[in-house]
Design a protein around this ligand. Structure first.
Ligand SMILES: Nc1nc2c(c(=O)[nH]1)N[C@H]1C(S)=C(S)[C@@H](COP(=O)(O)O)O[C@H]1N2
Ligand SMILES: [Mo]
Length: 378
């Protein structure tokens, strides 16, 4: 399916295919097999994205319906001294439970807006969602398996697999330090409900602040390893040119030229009005949106209604923690009818801010250029 970059980026309805997976509301379909569905922008008006409206992303089409009674989490690897297996019951009962609000953001969100186009799913702005995730710390689980001095990375595998034997299984790895970060969770609840099937039932990884490629769903195996994991999804896919983005480190997976994508970059989205919308030339018009980054937290959002000459500071709404997106709004008093260009730019507590043009990279990741929408005032 082809969609024009601009329509995709702005959620314009041209040529979008709406469809519902079992148990989900209608979303924007990218592919059915494997299921890849994005959330329409108008659903981003709530602080947390309802589970039924949450985007779905899979690389491979064989997605088993996991049965709780049969599911086991296997912890092993050459740098785990005491390999072990846990049932869902043990995972829930034997470790302290924590809940974190965090944005789940696909690395390729807004890929469809890159010019020239980049191969890959032509996502608009809806390959993301904000949720409250409840689970246990990966570090607490790994402690039970005894981490050897030689440990370098932790690899993660889920129950899904490819249709053909040649399709590489979706396996990812994390640097040991990130796996042991207190915010890295094995989650079994999403927005207060058991993790839905499409989001990884019964458990998935949550790596707050890092793009969702590491958030392995239907988690079945965690391996503590002493060598860099060399699967396709680490060595070939999900890589970015080095030093082009203010990114975290992953030294065991870096080459002179590139490195795995890691931290989410600072970004924002205008959620209403919609691009192209016609509005009465009223006294005041409310502009709403969300802003996020990789965990420094959002310091400010500035809005321009004159094509970028003047910027006004928006009001940030409730803070749900540094890994959650932050809703913002701004009331604008239009001076005259006609076309009006609105732009929004977020700045994080690290001082990082969105560029005016996207930072080009071969796989079309991290699209965080300042968004421009046009509304008509009549
Ligand atoms: N098992 C499994 N987990 C996975 C993936 C996958 O293909 N298989 N895709 C990852 C990617 S790239 C993204 S963007 C997120 C999407 O999470 P969601 O489908 O819950 O929105 O899942 C991640 N976890
Ligand atoms: Mo993704």
């Amino acid at each position: 399916m082809q969609r024009s970059g601009l329509a995709a980026a702005t959620g314009g309805e041209e040529a979008t295919i709406l469809d519902a997976l079992p148990g989900k509301e209608v979303l924007i379909k990218q592919t059915y097999r494997p299921p890849n569905y994005e959330t329409p922008i108008n659903y981003f008006d709530a602080p947390f994205t309802p589970n039924k409206r949450f985007f779905v992303r899979y690389h491979n089409a064989v997605i088993p319906e996991v049965k709780t009674s049969e599911w086991r989490l296997r912890i092993g690897g050459d740098a785990a001294r005491m390999p072990m297996e846990l049932s869902l019951e043990q995972l829930r009962k034997d470790f302290e439970q924590v809940e974190i609000a965090a944005l789940c953001l696909c690395s390729g969100n807004r890929r469809g807006a890159f010019e020239p186009p980049v191969p890959g799913l032509q996502w608009g702005s809806g390959a993301m969602g904000n949720a409250r995730w409840r689970g246990v710390r990966l570090k607490d689980v790994l402690a039970g398996a005894g981490i050897d001095k030689s440990a370098l990375e932790v690899s993660l595998d889920g129950a899904d697999s490819g249709v053909h034997k040649t399709t590489p299984d979706f396996v990812k790895s994390l640097p040991l330090a990130k796996a042991l970060d207190e915010n890295t969770l094995i989650a079994f609840e999403m927005n207060g409900e058991p993790l839905p099937h499409w989001h990884g039932f019964p458990t998935r990884l949550i790596i707050p602040g890092w793009t969702a490629t590491y958030w392995i769903k239907h988690l079945t195996a965690v391996n503590v390893i002493s060598k860099p994991f060399d699967g396709f999804w680490m060595k070939t896919a999900y890589r970015i040119p080095k030093d082009r983005f203010p990114s975290g480190q992953f030294s065991s997976q870096e080459t002179a030229a590139d490195m795995p994508i890691t931290e989410i970059v600072v970004n924002s989205l205008i959620t209403s009005p919609a691009n192209g919308q016609t509005l009465p030339n009223a006294k005041s018009i409310e502009i709403n949106g969300v802003a996020w980054d990789g965990g420094n937290g959002i310091a400010r959002v500035d809005v321009s209604t004159d094509g970028g000459s003047n910027w006004q500071q928006a009001t940030l709404k409730q803070d749900y923690g540094r890994f959650s997106w932050r809703q913002w709004h701004w009331v604008f008093e239009p001076k005259r009818p006609g076309a009006c260009r609105i732009m929004a730019r977020a700045t994080s507590h690290s001082g990082a801010s969105q560029p005016l043009e996207p930072i080009l990279n071969p796989s079309g990741y991290h699209h965080n250029a300042v968004q421009k929408i046009t509304i008509q005032l009549v």
